[in-house]
Design a protein around this ligand. Structure first.
Ligand code: KG4
Ligand code: ZN
Length: 581
C-alpha cells in the first residue's frame, strides 16, 4: 500500500503554476483582451469589463476540457468532491470556488457600476494617487448600491470585490491612454479587408442632396452625425457677375454639376451606394428650376438603388443642423436668416414647428445683396469675390454706423414679423443723393460706402434683434420654452455675420437664453444639413417614402403651423436694450 508515500514524479500542473512567464503572459493576455474590447466604439467600460471575464472564463472552461480532459462537472460532483480547493484546481475541476467568484463578480460589478458616475469618479480618485481609504469608500458606494438589492451581494462586493474592482478600474484608466478609434476608422479598417459592414456597423447612413438655390451640394452622414463625405459646387461667382441669380442659369449649372458632386461625396465617404439607408433631397421651398434638377436626379438614383426616399424641407434642415453638433433638446427657438428666408419658429420636434414670424417682403440677405450691388462693391478690391452680405460686413468695419441714421423697420408693429424692402429703398435714395453730392456716376464707389455699410448692418441687426427678443418673451410667457434653460439657434447665411450675432447675444443675455450658431460652413446651404435631416427623420420614422410616385417639388411652402397672428395679438412690449456692439 502506498498511502502517504510521496513519489518522485513532478505534477505537470504544478510546474506550469510555478512558471512566472506563464503568469505574466496570462496577465498581459487578459489585459490586452480588455483593452481591445474597450476600443470597440459601442462598448462602455462595464460592458468591456464583463465581456473580458466572460471570454476569459469560457476560454478556461474549454481549455481545461480540451487539454486536460476535465469533465464538465462542479467540485461537489465526482472524484473532485474529495479534494481540497488547490487540489481541485490541480486536478482540473471546472467550477472551483475561485472560478465561480470570478465568473459572478464582473456581473455583480457590472450591475453595481452601471447606476452612476461614482465608478468613474473612483477611477479618477484611485489612479490619481490611490489610497486605501479612497478605494474603500469607492467600494462602499458599490456596496451601498448592492445592499439595496441583496445583503449577500453587498458582502461579496465588500469582502472580495475590492482587489478585483480596483485592478479593473486601473486597467480601464490605462486603456484610456490609447485613443478610442472612431466608428469611421474602424469601418475603414474593416473595409481594407474587403469587409463591408456599412449597414450593420454604421447603422443609418444617409446621402443628402441640396439644389434649392444656387449651390449644388451633397454629403453622406451617419447616425451619430459623422460627416463621412461632402462635396459642394457654389454658383456665387457666376451670379455675382450677372447681378443676381438667373434661374435658368442656376438650373443649367446644377445639371452640369450634380452627378460629379454626388459622386464626389460618395467616393470620399468610402460608402458604396448599396450601403445607404436612404436618400434625402430638398424638395421645398426654393427656385422651381433648381429644385427640379435635384429631385429628378434623386428619383433616378432611388429607383436604381432601390432605396427609400426622404423629401426634405430646406428650412427644417437649416433649423435641425445644430443638433448634429450640439445636444440640443426640443423645444428650442430658431431664427433663420438667409438670402431667401427670414423666419422665427419654435421647434418642438423633428417636423413639429410653430411659425412665430416671417419677413413680409424680402429676406435680410437679399436686401444686403441689393445694397452691395447698388454700392458696386464687386468693384471694390477687397470685396470683389464676396457675397453681398459678407462684403457689407467687411466694409462696415471701416465705417461709422452713426454717420447715417436709418430707422429700424416696423417699430410700431408689436409682432415678430420682419420687413426689409422699406430700408432698402431708403438706402437706395441716400446712395443716389450721395452720388449727386460727390458728383460720381452710378456704378462708381462712393467715398461714404463704408459708413453706409456700417449703418445698414447696424439697422438690420437692431431690427432682427428686436423681433427675436419679442419671440423669446412670447414663448416664455406661454411656457413654450424653458424659463431658465431656453435655447435660441440662429442659422442661415446671414447668421455668419458676427455683428448680427453680437446683437443677438445682447438679447439672449438679457433673457437668460443660450445662443447657439452652427459654424459658417453649416449656416450656408450645404449637403450635410440635408443628410442630417434625413437621419433625424429616419430616427423618428417620419416621411420615409418607399414609393415615390406623385412626389413633386414645391417652390413655396410655409414651415409648420403659423401662429404669427396670435403673436401679434399678444402685443408684447419689448424692453429697450442698449445695442453697444
Ligand atoms: O443660406 P444661404 O447660403 O442661402 C440662402 O438660402 O439664401 O445664404 C446666403 C445669403 C446671401 O444673401 C449672403 O449675402 C448672406 O447670406 N451672407 C451674409 C454673410 N455671408 C453671407 N450676410 C451678412 N453677413 C455675412 N457675413
Ligand atoms: Zn438656405
Amino acid at each position: 500500500m502506498n498511502v502517504g508515500v510521496a513519489h518522485s514524479e513532478v505534477n505537470p500542473n504544478t510546474r506550469v503554476m510555478n512558471s512566472r512567464g506563464m503568469w505574466l503572459t496570462y496577465a498581459l493576455g487578459v489585459g490586452l483582451l480588455h483593452i481591445v474590447l474597450l476600443s470597440i466604439p459601442f462598448f462602455s467600460v462595464p460592458v468591456a469589463w464583463t465581456l473580458t471575464n466572460v471570454i476569459h472564463n469560457l476560454g478556461m472552461y474549454v481549455f481545461l476540457h480540451a487539454v486536460k480532459g476535465t469533465p464538465f462537472e462542479t467540485p461537489d460532483q465526482g472524484k473532485a468532491r474529495l479534494l481540497t480547493h488547490w487540489e481541485q484546481l490541480d486536478y482540473g475541476v471546472q467550477f472551483t470556488s475561485s472560478r465561480k467568484f470570478f465568473t459572478i463578480s464582473p456581473i455583480i460589478l457590472f450591475i453595481a457600476a452601471s447606476p452612476g458616475d461614482e465608478t468613474r469618479d473612483c477611477v479618477d480618485d484611485i489612479t490619481s494617487g490611490a489610497t486605501r481609504s479612497v478605494s474603500a469608500s469607492c467600494n462602499n458606494a458599490a456596496t451601498d448600491f448592492a445592499r439595496e438589492r441583496t445583503p449577500l451581494l453587498a458582502t461579496v462586493i465588500h469582502e472580495e470585490g475590492i482587489i478585483y474592482r480596483v485592478s479593473m478600474l486601473i486597467l480601464n484608466k490605462a486603456a484610456g491612454v490609447f485613443s478610442k478609434p472612431s466608428r469611421r476608422e474602424i469601418y475603414e479598417f474593416l473595409r481594407s479587408f474587403n469587409f463591408r459592414p456599412g449597414k450593420v456597423f454604421l447603422h443609418k447612413l444617409v446621402l443628402g442632396i441640396e439644389t434649392s438655390c444656387d449651390d449644388t451640394a451633397a454629403a453622406v452622414v451617419d447616425e451619430t452625425g459623422n460627416v463621412l463625405g461632402e462635396a459642394i459646387h457654389s454658383q456665387t461667382e457666376v451670379h455675382l457677375k450677372t447681378g443676381g441669380i438667373v434661374p435658368p442659369v442656376a438650373q443649367q449649372l446644377h445639371r452640369e454639376n450634380i452627378q460629379r458632386i454626388v459622386q464626389e461625396a460618395l467616393s470620399t465617404s468610402k460608402v458604396s451606394p448599396s450601403e445607404l439607408s436612404a436618400i434625402a433631397t430638398t424638395v421645398k421651398p426654393g427656385l422651381a428650376l433648381s429644385l427640379g434638377v435635384g429631385l429628378s436626379f434623386s428619383l433616378q438614383l432611388v429607383d436604381q438603388l432601390k432605396k427609400p426616399f426622404i423629401p426634405i424641407h430646406h428650412m427644417e434642415a437649416h433649423a435641425l443642423t445644430i443638433r448634429l453638433l450640439n445636444k440640443v433638446e426640443f423645444p428650442f427657438l430658431v431664427l433663420l436668416i438667409s438670402g431667401g428666408h427670414c423666419l422665427l419658429a419654435l421647434v418642438r420636434g423633428v417636423s413639429d414647428f410653430l411659425l412665430l414670424g416671417k419677413s413680409l417682403d424680402i429676406a435680410p440677405g437679399d436686401m444686403l445683396d441689393k445694397v452691395a450691388r447698388r454700392l458696386s462693391l464687386i468693384k471694390h478690391p477687397e470685396c470683389s469675390t464676396m457675397s453681398g452680405g459678407k462684403a457689407i460686413e467687411h466694409l462696415a468695419k471701416q465705417g461709422n454706423k452713426l454717420h447715417f441714421d436709418f430707422k429700424p423697420p416696423m417699430q410700431r408693429a408689436k409682432n415678430c414679423d420682419f420687413s426689409f424692402t422699406g430700408l432698402q429703398h431708403v438706402i437706395d435714395k441716400i446712395i443716389t443723393q450721395k452720388e449727386k453730392e460727390e458728383g460720381i456716376q452710378k456704378g462708381q464707389i462712393l467715398s461714404s460706402a463704408a459708413h453706409i455699410a456700417a449703418a445698414v448692418q447696424h439697422t438690420t441687426a437692431c431690427h432682427i434683434a428686436k423681433r427675436t427678443h419679442r419671440a423669446i418673451l412670447f414663448c416664455k410667457q406661454r411656457d413654450l420654452l424653458s424659463q431658465s434653460n431656453a435655447v435660441l439657434v440662429v442659422s442661415g447665411g446671414v447668421a455668419s455675420n458676427l455683428y448680427i450675432r453680437k446683437a443677438l447675444e445682447i438679447v439672449t443675455n438679457a433673457t437668460q437664453c443660450t445662443l447657439l450658431c452652427p459654424p459658417p460652413r453649416l449656416c450656408t446651404d450645404n449637403g450635410i444639413m440635408i443628410a442630417w435631416n434625413g437621419i433625424e427623420r429616419l430616427r423618428a420614422g417620419l416621411g420615409i417614402l418607399h414609393n415615390t410616385e406623385g412626389i413633386r417639388y414645391e417652390p413655396k411652402c410655409p414651415l409648420g403651423v403659423d401662429i404669427s397672428k396670435e403673436v401679434g395679438e399678444a402685443a408684447i412690449k419689448v424692453p429697450r436694450l442698449k445695442m453697444k456692439i
